[in-house]
Design a protein around this ligand. Sequence first.
Ligand SMILES: [Fe+2]
Ligand SMILES: [Fe+2]
Length: 415
Amino acid sequence: MKGRFTPETVTLTLYGRDTSAYGVCWYTEDAGEPIVQYTCEDDVRFKNCVTLSAEVRDYGGRARNTAVLKDLEPGARYRWRVGDRCGVFSPSEVMTAIRDDGEELTFTVYSDSQDRAHFGKWLSAAWRDAKAHFPCTDLTIHGGDVVDSGTKHRLWERMMRHGRGLFSGTPVLPVTGNHDHFEEKDSVMHPYFNVTPPKDKPEPLMYYSADAGPVHFTMLCSGDYEYTERHGLKAEQIEWAKRDLASTDKPWKVVVIHTPFYSPGKYGSAERHQSQPVSLRAQLNEIFADAGVDLVISGHDHIFSESYPILRDGRADHDAEYIVKRVNGRFYRLAVRPEGPVHVLPGCAGNQNRPVECEMDAEKTGYFKDIVEIPTGCVSYVAVDVKGDLLTAEFVLVNAKSGERVITRRFGIQK
Ligand SMILES: [Fe+2]
Ligand SMILES: [Fe+2]
């Protein structure tokens, strides 16, 4: 039975640029004496665990509890739980600390899990498929619109209860979607994830960066459009992105932002919604190409798409070279040494599928190498593996009720 100190919405994130530190966040009805415990995977009764006190503060009439797990051993498996000194705990979760050999990273990407009918059950269908097929996943990206109304705690509680392993079994790197913050201009996603904003960040909106294995992640907040009348980002965030991308020597760079620059859906292609994507292109294409960004991941349009490499001037590189390579028994179509980032939308991890609104004509203005509309009753995600000079990605469409795979598409980048 639920009590005053019963943990809800337990999440795990990377905490800053140090991959041995993990942020933990959860809510309780009242403020008590919150703790986090972690131990080795086999210590199921937590007899030899480490216990850390957590911080607690009021947020919207509930108690928001946060802690940071530090100095976890790369690649080691830990059993952990959150709770209260009075003896109430969350179910325990097993997580693997991110490998730190700098060589390889596997991450899965979900977006737009907002769903007022199934409240995370469909998201968990996609997650179960990913768990079965990509058991070595180091971390999870969420492209925003986790829930349909960010200020309603009940929606977060149900989403994270049904998607529990996804939000607390591997660290999540979230970006804020418009549904996560649309009722308040400041991000309301902060309260559900314990990520560290960068020290030089002047804005309350949630943008930050993280390093994992060979990849640097720059996580941008498209919520700026509330201030720019849907004309991209404010200057402060653009300057921060430039500094952040210049601050890393990781061989792979991935940018995540909720609203897309290049999308075949309504917000990327419909004439009436062009101000945001066209502004983002003008503001960031040069910066991304010059900084060597490899992949730009977005959501918002609830469709899967893979762009051609996008050149410095914003054109799709229709002359880019592609090869097919067999990796671990699977065939991938790879862009060879692209001269700009590939933009990818992972589809929809909730029940709000949307139609394609553009033509895919590479001879004219077509930006897309591949597009898949998400059929009703299906959810999708993208799994990415980065190793050496190879980035391989797999788009997976799953029947949300049966859990069966419907479509897979394999693509990637060869440096
Ligand atoms: Fe959405
Ligand atoms: Fe959205």
